[in-house]
Write a protein that binds this ligand. Structure first.
Ligand code: MRU
Length: 365
């Protein structure tokens, strides 16, 4: 159970995306025929959510090599690397983007002895493998995570960690889809998620389509709901998790984790192993994207703030591992969340690849 509409698809040289900036009012698709269009789609959050960015990275490299007409496989591989470098400058926080790009670069290197046709085929196959992997990982997260939602409970979530944020099923919302498929009765509170309202626009759209009972709240209502005993469990996604379990996710997540601790409510992160970055020792080293001030001074073209006001707009925050009850992965639930348990769960036989692509600098700093 999910939107059943693939967030991202690739066919015959075109990456087709749901334009998430148009939801919930219009279900519009955009066709990315070149890398620049895909880069803009990532930057503008037309496609967003950590795992979906990993999938976009794979297909993006395929777009990059599409127009090469020569016979030199070395040139084709060079184009694949250049495309990956370029896409790496789109957004800095979600490590899945860099995971996808690294996989494509590594696959490209393995093509050196092939002819151009075979290399192109191998790179397309790798991009589809990333896509299929995400579908499988999310379903397993759902399977393990369903246990944290008990019959009759209320779940609080923030942003959108659903089908729209992945290949097609979701992480935090995947847990909810899985619980629903098991016949559990529960309700969800969705934080609206200022400034770009992924909760109000995307999570409510997805959950209502899936016939899951969802109630929208403003972000600043979460404390009151918890005080009133209306929240039994918090489940969110993540964009990058460091080796000790500190988790970066949409701005506002840390606030919910602190509140959950105070109110003795379990707080879970749901994320695949592709969202872990074991090269980063703790959350203070996770690059946090800062976005354009206009996102805070208004919405949808309407200006709400006083002209000329200074703005601070970090898109993500980091939740300390000590505030996290468990991290639901495709291999089970990491609990307690600490360096040792993360290592045991993620590094052994991991699908993680070395991250060969740098993240971008910050345009607004
Ligand atoms: O800025 P966004 O919309 O890309 O932020 C997305 C999130 O913070 C999600 O919670 C996260 O990527 C997990 S998606 C399964």
């Amino acid at each position: 159970m999910s939107t059943a509409i693939p967030t991202i698809r690739y066919s015959q040289g075109i990456v087709k995306l749901i334009d998430q900036t148009r939801l919930p009012h219009k279900l519009v698709f955009i066709n990315c025929r070149d890398v620049a269009t895909l880069w803009e789609a990532i930057k503008a959050l037309r496609v967003r959510g950590a795992p979906a960015l990993g999938v976009a990275a794979g297909f993006g490299v395929v777009l990059g090599i599409k127009t090469y007409r020569g016979e030199d496989v070395g040139e084709l591989i060079a184009i694949a690397h250049q495309t990956a470098e370029y896409l790496a400058t789109s957004r800095p926080t979600a490590v899945n983007l860099f995971y996808g790009l690294s996989r494509m670069r590594r696959r490209a290197e393995l093509c050196r002895r092939m002819d151009v046709k075979a290399a192109r085929k191998a790179l397309i196959a790798e991009a589809f493998a990333i896509y299929e992997e995400d579908r499988a990982l999310c379903r397993n997260i759902g399977r393990y995570g369903a246990a944290v939602i008990k019959n009759g409970q209320s779940v609080l979530t923030v942003c959108n960690a659903g089908a729209l944020a992945t290949a097609d099923y979701g992480t935090a919302l995947g847990v909810m889809y899985s619980a629903k498929a098991l016949g559990k009765n529960f309700k969800v509170y969705a934080c609206e998620t200022r400034p770009l309202l992924q909760g109000a626009r995307l999570t409510t759209w997805e959950l209502m389509r899936a016939k899951i009972d969802v109630t929208l709240i403003c972000d600043n209502m979460a404390a009151t709901l918890m005080q009133q005993g209306k929240v039994d469990v918090v489940i969110t996604g993540a964009d990058r998790i460091s080796a000790n379990g500190d988790s970066a996710n949409k701005i506002g997540t840390y606030m919910l984790a602190v509140l959950a601790k105070y109110h003795k409510i379990p707080f879970y992160i749901a994320a695949p192993s592709t969202t872990f970055d074991l090269s980063i020792t703790d959350g203070s080293k996770i690059p946090i994207e800062e976005r354009h001030p206009d996102e805070v001074t208004g919405f949808g073209g309407a200006r709400t703030a006083t002209p000329g006001v200074k703005v601070y707009n970090p898109a993500f925050d980091v939740t300390d591992h000590s505030l996290i009850t468990g991290i639901i992965t495709e291999r089970g639930i990491i609990a307690p969340v600490n360096r040792r348990n993360v290592k045991l769960s993620v590094s052994v036989g991991s699908t993680l690849e070395p991250r060969g692509v740098r993240s971008c600098g910050n345009a607004f700093r």
